[in-house]
Design a protein around this ligand. Structure first.
Ligand code: ATP
Ligand code: MG
Length: 407
């Protein structure tokens, strides 16, 4: 029913090596699902009957990534591949991690521990598909269904609920009825999951191509258990938010800025801290939020000034966000000016200024605060009149300003 999967030569090599070593080996999980869907897999995971030590013995370059869970990373042609031994997860007491894992020689048992039927399909070019839970049929009907009893599966690992909504938004799939009921029933368990893992899933969710699935996050009750305010704000913004999200490139900072568009800077900062965003992303989001509500600059001077402050890329991102929020005509004039400014190579910041602090000191500006102040004055002059960005002019101008100060 499903065409065969075209495996990259390297993946084929790994499967053959395991097979020639006397073990079973299949590609499994996301790469099989994505291949069936005609999407390019991000990585190729392999599942095998070989024990970790046996896998290691077959390959020259390996390292232990999650050996306690049976995962070995094999480096082949400068690419990392994860090879995991068929595994049964033991009981879960904390809605996060199995208490223990054990290895098995039966592929079906390994597939049984996986979250959704579409993620529980294995494939080998000679054997074909091993699909005991009807994953391919679910993929064909665009349906996310838990493997086994979804309620039990969500109680074992609550992150699966958020993965469920994320996959719906990534693939445009719907959630099968019993799986959805289990999700609603157990939504509160998401509180047991670490913020790092929640952040990762939300981040993928905002970047997903089917934001019309976002209401699942609210209707399932998941988001209120992650952050009450975020849930409240998103429910107030939907459905505009859903259209806005797809109007900007799938970059974390851009998508998060849209999600947090009604947040004050302090509120946004607190949420970034709570969800443990990295510092660069936090700063980027706060910068974009700070300027989002301001009218885009309308004169060459103000365009140069803001572009210099933000950097060209962030400036362009800001305009892109403002287009998504207020319509493309909002930034039309600014974009025209920006394009002229960039084509002309106008000076936008101190780095591009034709003098530096050292030259100013040599020309008699006292070291320290005065140098910084003089550079700021000269930059402002050049932002007004780009033709002034010449060393001779700027040194003469500095001398003039010094003289006026002394009077
Ligand atoms: P993507 O990489 O596109 O996010 P994926 O399905 O490959 O999607 P991974 O997190 O890379 O997801 O996991 C690989 C496979 O491991 C999944 O396809 C699934 O079979 C299994 N898996 C991952 N996380 C879980 C989980 N929390 N519970 C059960 N099985 C899981
Ligand atoms: Mg994956």
């Amino acid at each position: 029913m499903t065409p065969t999967i075209a495996l990259p030569a390297d993946v084929r090599f790994l499967l053959d090596t395991l097979q020639n070593g006397g073990y079973e080996a299949y590609i499994v999980g996301g790469c099989v699902r994505d291949s069936i869907l005609g999407r390019i897999p991000q990585d190729w995971d392999i599942t095998t009957s070989a024990l970790p030590e046996q896998t290691k013995a077959l390959f020259s370059h390996t390292f232990d990534t999650g050996i306690q869970h049976g995962t070995i990373t094999v480096v082949h042609n400068h690419t990392n591949y994860e090879i995991t031994t068929y595994r049964i997860d033991g009981a879960y007491d904390d809605a996060r991690h199995p208490n223990a894992v054990s290895f098995t020689s039966r592929l079906e048992e390994d597939l049984l521990r996986r979250d959704f039927t579409m993620n529980a399909i294995a494939y080998h070019p000679q054997v074909g598909f091993r699909d005991p839970f009807g994953g391919r049929a679910d993929i064909a009907r665009g349906c996310i269904r838990g493997v086994g009893d979804p309620a039990t599966r969500f109680q074992e690992d609550a992150l699966r609920m958020l993965r469920c909504v994320r996959f719906a938004a990534q693939l445009g799939f719907s959630v099968e009825e019993q799986t959805y009921r289990a999700l609603q029933e157990h939504a509160a368990l998401i509180e047991k999951i670490s913020v790092e893992r929640i952040y990762q899933e939300l981040d993928k969710l905002w970047k997903a191509p089917y934001p019309q699935k976002l209401p699942l996050l609210l209707q399932s009750g998941l988001l209120p258990h992650i952050d009450q305010t975020l849930a409240q704000r998103i429910s107030e913004q939907s459905p505009q938010l859903m259209t806005q999200l797809t109007a900007v490139p799938p970059r974390s900072a851009l998508r998060w800025t849209l999600v947090l568009q009604t947040y004050t800077e302090a509120e946004a900062k607190a949420l970034c801290k709570k969800l443990k965003f990295d510092n660069t992303t936090t700063r980027h989001i706060l910068t974009l939020l700070r300027h989002l509500l301001q009218q885009p600059p309308q004169t060459p001077y103000t365009v140069r000034k803001l572009t210099g402050e933000l950097g060209v890329e962030t400036m362009q991102q800001l305009l892109c966000l403002q287009d998504a929020l207020y319509g493309a005509e909002t930034t039309l004039h600014t974009r025209e000016i920006l394009s002229l400014v960039l084509n002309a190579g106008d000076c936008l910041n101190l780095k591009m200024l034709a003098v530096d602090g050292k030259q100013l000191q040599q020309a008699g500006v006292p070291a320290g605060k005065a140098v910084g102040e003089m550079l700021a004055l000269l930059l402002d002059d050049v932002l007004h009149t780009p033709a002034h960005n010449h060393t001779d002019y700027l040194l003469a101008r500095a001398a003039q300003i010094q003289a006026i100060k002394k009077e």
